[in-house]
Design a protein around this ligand. Structure first.
Ligand code: HEM
Length: 475
């Protein structure tokens, strides 16, 4: 009782029949997130291919999966294409990554090492002045005459450049061939994985020739060659005694962390997969969040104006924004929070699996059961978020200049599987957005359409392409 089992059903939409299963609609060749919470209740099950799957649509149950019984539900299913992106290199079926690796003692040490390596880039670390990377690529693709452009390539390029700096200390010029190579292989991996959903449901499809699989292999080969070269260079410079007191980047931090472990524990493959994962999990998510925020600011110019006023009053227009300015810019932070709420880039969390016999909402759950947490439903529940479809950064302010962060707001997940890059992502989003708004005003092209705010679900929930005019605020 209480569990509603839904079979895939045909739903008559405006003029078309659509296949509906669970919280998604298969529509125009892609999966669209669909807020079904009200109709289907807080918990339902469905059969996705061979996998019995529970879908969680309420905060209380999400808290149970992620926190209260977080250890019971900390497993990951073996998903064909995502796992393949890490295992082609090593032929090790369990992978050496974090996101798709199942829960184990080794996985925990690896995750702990990565977490502490990433925290080196926090307060006082190398991220302090990265704001300067962000503006030139974007402003150079606009023009003072007000030409409209699609901001997605420029934003992706800037975020990729920052991740390259963090991972292996390379900062590229806008049209550098190596930067282009990184962007191309990363895009290729993201696109093929986004298209590979059916292979995950029906793994036997792998046996058939597939353009996606061939492209995935090509991209991974290019990626592994580049990252191996960077790793060799880092090892050589460490053995020459070139390292300072603090590691200069993520690869160096991981290599030093590796020294403190027993030899077989964190291997070179773990180090390489972590570098690969920082691109895979860190570029698309961060750039897409920024693109959503810019799209919403085009719909709400008053939000952009208020954020810019706060920046002028608290920082001014001359000096670069620093991390330490964060406490004085609550409205800018609230804009980021509201962007993460209204369009969570991960509207359904990466699937969890039950590691043991456990329960959820009082119902028994067998080991191996897949659990999908519907973040979209949590972030659009009208009880927690009045008028959930309106973009209102004030939700995250208390009216006296203080911040509010409701517990039902979980854009990075929570518990043992919480996003390992959360603090890095928050720093990047803050420095990126504030330095853009300090220097640029975004507006709609003359007589141009406002961005379409219905998301397209690939690996992340993306805004459809849109045009923007970027006008420099001062010269
Ligand atoms: C996992 C969100 C940026 C690395 C996740 C999860 C979410 C998320 C929702 C899944 C949690 C779960 O399954 O319960 C985001 C958002 C980002 C972002 C919204 C930016 C706006 C990053 C960055 C990195 C990163 C910059 C790189 C360092 C990871 C990894 C996992 C993960 C490795 C898997 C964690 C695990 O399975 O234990 N992220 N993420 N993410 N994220 Fe992020």
């Amino acid at each position: 009782p209480g569990l509603i089992v839904t079979e895939p059903t045909l739903v008559r939409g405006p003029g078309v029949w659509r296949l509906q299963f669970g919280p998604w609609l298969w529509e125009e060749g892609h999966l669209t997130c669909f807020p079904v919470r009200c109709r289907l209740g807080p918990l339902f099950s469905m059969q996705l291919g061979p996998h019995f799957t529970l879908v969680v649509n309420s905060y209380d149950l999400a808290k149970e999966v992620l926190l209260t019984r977080g250890r019971d539900f900390a497993g990951r299913p073996k998903m064909v294409l995502p796992v393949m992106q890490y295992t082609l290199r090593t032929a090790d079926p369990r992978g050496k990554d974090i996101a798709f690796c199942d829960y184990s003692a080794l996985w925990k040490s690896h995750r702990r090492l990565v977490h502490s390596a990433l925290s080196l880039f926090g307060e006082g670390g190398r991220l302090q002045d990265i704001g300067k990377f962000f503006v030139p690529p974007l402003s150079s693709s606009s023009s003072s005459s007000g030409n409209a452009f699609d901001p997605s390539a420029a934003v992706t390029r800037a975020v990729t450049n920052v991740v390259c700096t963090l991972v292996f200390s390379a900062t590229y010029r806008r049209d550098d061939a190596e930067l282009k190579e990184v962007i191309d292989y990363n895009n290729g991996i993201v696109e093929t994985i986004a298209r590979g959903g059916l292979v995950d449901l029906f793994p036997w499809l792998q046996r058939f020739p597939s353009r996606s699989l061939t492209k995935l292999k090509q991209c991974i080969t290019v990626r592994d060659r580049l990252l191996q070269r960077k790793l060799d260079q880092h090892k050589a410079s460490l053995s020459d005694g070139d390292g300072g007191i603090d590691p200069r980047d993520l690869l160096e931090a991981l290599l030093r962390g590796q020294e403190g472990q027993k030899s077989e524990v964190i291997s070179d493959d773990h180090v390489l997969m972590t570098a690969a994962e920082t691109f895979g999990a860190g570029v698309e998510t961060t750039s897409t969040t920024l693109l959503w925020i810019i799209a919403y600011m085009l719909h709400h110019p008053e939000v952009q104006a208020r954020a810019q006023r706060e920046l002028e009053e608290q920082v001014g227009l001359e000096r670069p924004v620093r991390l330490s300015d964060r406490t004085r810019l609550p409205y800018v932070e609230a804009v980021i929070q509201e962007g993460l709420r209204i369009r969570p880039v991960s509207p359904v969390l990466i699937p969890h699996t039950a590691l043991t016999r456990t329960s959820l909402g009082g119902h028994p759950v067998q080991p191996g059961t897949r659990v999908l947490v519907n973040m979209w439903a949590l972030h659009h529940n009208p009880t927690d978020w009045p008028q959930p479809d309106l973009f209102k950064p004030e939700r995250f302010l208390d009216g006296r200049g203080g911040r509010v962060s409701p517990s039902c707001f979980l854009p990075f997940g929570a518990g043992p599987r919480v996003c390992v890059g959360e603090s890095l992502a928050r720093l990047e989003l803050f420095l990126f957005l504030s330095s853009l708004l300090q220097r640029i005003s975004f507006s709609l092209p003359p007589a141009g359409p406002v961005p379409d705010l219905r998301g397209r679900l690939g690996v992340v929930l993306q805004p459809p392409p849109y045009l923007v005019v970027a006008t420099p605020r001062h010269t």
